[in-house]
Design a protein around this ligand. Structure first.
Ligand code: PLP
Length: 409
């Protein structure tokens, strides 16, 4: 193992061409993770494969995730390959590579590649879904007061263009049981409800929405169930079949650690029969192929990110994120000046912990933390702060954050 690492270092210094360097570092980085003898070693190696400087504590994957070196190296190499013979590469070797990413996404979320299109981000995916649906005047769209603007814009478009009405329910803060969350949804469904749109993992609190149970209520009523998966893909397992959703949109550049401006959207086969095609030709084919010229390097980079995540393993990533979040939660509970707004029961929890400040301003505190190279996300709605515990964050990192933060509240 050590000699392989030395070999990587030597290779990096001795000036291989970019492409061979990428192939070398890709397999070397993958091998390095494969060779880890314990989870602690594995997660330390993962941290080392990021571009984030050693002294920076990055707790904001929920906004944008840091791509590992294998991903950025691959994107650079593919960009150079493309420019050597653009038309041939774009519809040849690189184009073929790009098309395979739909298959990888399909495997990741348990569906066929034909049900997936590759987008630029969640907002685009949710907007495409909204534009494709046919509603009547007065039909109700049920959502929550905790959705991200990226999901809301599509709903607002449906309301404005088709005369639909948006209803927003309040989710308990913090949510204390699955039953309470499901009840909040069920109590707001009326005979006019035609669409329910919810975040799979909530952007403010990290709440994991119990879609499996909710779809059992919406499906028999013929209500379309749409999931905003921006904060879920890469953090928790996504199985669109067991969730029972009709459509699902997510970003590649958050918890999946993919290149920026990547994402995907899923429509169930049933829904594909009923939607208005948004693009110019008719039928779902107009969505599903990566038709038109795309950024092959960036999209293929998402495929590399998926390979890298698969090597580590979905279950391992999810349980590591939960472990770090639990530790963060327990340390935060020692502090007096805050109120936790994230759920504390395991069944509703993910790798996100958020809290509000009893005194002081979140922006000022986040600014002070940034001076110490600790990066967090402010939640303006709650005078709150969100901590994203991705797998590369350690318990020692959390201790560092708590030490600095406790001096500010
Ligand atoms: C729940 C949710 N939906 C949508 C978005 C928008 O994501 P993107 O900018 O990738 O479209 C975000 C971004 O933070 C989010 O948290």
């Amino acid at each position: 193992m050590t000699s392989r690492r030395q070999f990587i270092k030597k290779g990096l210094l001795s000036g291989f061409s970019t492409l061979s360097l990428t192939n070398l570092s890709k397999s070397a980085h993958f091998d390095e993770l494969r060779d880890a003898t314990s989870d602690e070693e594995l997660f330390a190696l993962i941290r080392n494969q990021l571009h984030i400087p050693k002294e920076r504590l990055y707790l904001n994957t929920g906004s944008l995730g840091p791509s590992p070196m294998v991903v950025t190296d691959a994107v650079h190499a593919m960009m150079q390959q493309l420019e050597k013979n653009p038309a041939i590469e774009n519809w040849g070797d690189l184009g073929t590579k790009m098309e395979k990413v739909r298959t990888k996404v399909g495997e990741l979320i348990n569906t066929d590649p034909e049900d997936v299109i590759l987008t630029r981000n969640t907002t685009e995916g949710l907007s495409l879904i909204s534009q494709s649906l046919k509603l009547n005047k007065g039909d109700e769209i049920l959502t929550t007061t905790h959705e991200h603007g990226g999901g809301e814009v599509g709903l607002e478009y449906m309301a404005a263009t088709q005369g639909a009405v948006i209803k927003k329910l309040q989710i308990p803060v913090p949510a204390t049981s699955k039953e309470a969350v499901i009840e909040a949804v069920v109590n707001n469904i009326t005979p006019k409800t035609k669409v329910v749109m919810l975040s799979h993992v909530n952007t403010l609190t990290g709440l994991r929405m119990p879609f499996d149970e909710i779809s059992k209520i919406t499906k028999p009523k013929g209500i379309l169930l749409i999931a905003d998966g921006a904060q879920a893909a890469g953090l928790i397992s996504v199985d669109v079949k067991s969730m029972g959703v009709d459509a699902y949109a997510a970003s590649g550049h958050k918890w999946m650690l993919g290149p920026k401006e990547t994402g995907f959207v899923y429509w169930s086969k049933e829904l594909q029969q009923k939607i208005n095609p948004v693009f110019t030709s008719s039928g779902f084919g107009s969505y599903s192929a990566s038709s038109g010229t795309r950024n092959v390097a960036v999209i293929s980079g998402l495929g590399v990110a998926i390979d890298w995540l698969n090597l580590i393993g979905k279950e391992k990533i999810e349980s590591r994120c939960l472990e770090i979040r639990s530790y963060c939660l327990s340390r935060l509970k020692e502090l007096k000046g805050i109120v936790i707004i994230s759920p504390q029961v395991d069944s509703l929890s993910t790798g996100i912990v958020s809290f509000t400040l009893k005194e002081g301003e979140n922006r000022v505190i986040a600014g002070e933390l940034a001076k110490e190279d600790i990066i967090v996300k402010v939640l303006p709605k709650y005078n709150g702060i969100r901590i994203s515990c991705h797998m590369f964050v350690s318990k020692l990192d959390i201790d560092r954050f708590i030490k600095s933060f406790s001096q500010l509240v």
